[in-house]
Design a protein around this ligand. Sequence first.
Ligand code: ADE
Length: 228
Amino acid sequence: MRIDIISVVPGLLEGPFSHSILKRAEEKGLATVRVHNLRDYAGGKQKQVDDYAFGGGAGMVMMIEPIAKCIEALKSEREYDEVIYMTPDGKKFDQQMANELSLKENFIILCGHYKGVDERVRLKWITKEISIGDYVLSGGELAAAVVTDAIIRLIPGVLNDESSALTDSFQDGLLAPPVYTRPADYVGMKVPEILMSGHQAKIDTWRFEASVRRTKERRPDLLEGKEI
Ligand code: ADE
C-alpha cells in the first residue's frame, strides 16, 4: 500500500510514521507513506496556496492550482484507488471504513486547512471525504495521521500477532474485554482465576461475556438491532 499525503504543514506529519508499528510496516515494505508539501506546487515567489474567499467573509480558502498540480503529478506516476479529503463535514471514520480502506492499494489524502479547499477541488478529484469526529481541528493533518494509523495496522503482516487486530475493540462490533498481565495479585487486586486456568474454551467464553457486558455499559448504541 502507498499513501500520499498532501499538506501545507508537512512538519506535523514527520513524527507519526517514523515510529513503532508504522515504521515497521514501511521497513517490511508493506506500507509506504509520503508527505508532500503543497507549497512545492505553488507558483510565484510567495508560494501562495490560499486566497480570499469570493463573496467575502473571514478566512482563507485553499487554491485550486497548487492542489491540481500536486494531484496530477502524483497521478502521472501511479493509479490511485481513492483521493480522500480530510474535513469535518466528511463521513465519520469508523472501524468498518478502516477495514475497507486497508484493502486498497494506493490513495492520496488531502489535508484541509483554513476555511477549506475551493469547492472545485472536491468536485474534480475527491472520491471520499472523511471526518474523524464532530469537532474542528486546525487542519486535516492529525486526522490524516489517525486514519493512516488505523488502516496500516490492519494490513496482514504489519502486526506481529495478526490475530491481535482481529480482537481489537469494534472489530466484531463489540468493545474489547479487560486484559491483565503479571503480577497475578497486586496488593490484593487479583486477576480473574479463569484467565489463569489454562482452559481456553472457558477463557474465550469469559472474554466474550465481558465484551458484551462492557459494550452494554459503555456503548449500548453498538448493540442496537443485534441479537446476543
Ligand atoms: N479537519 C479539521 N477538523 C477535522 C475533523 N474533525 N476530521 C477530519 N478533518 C478535519
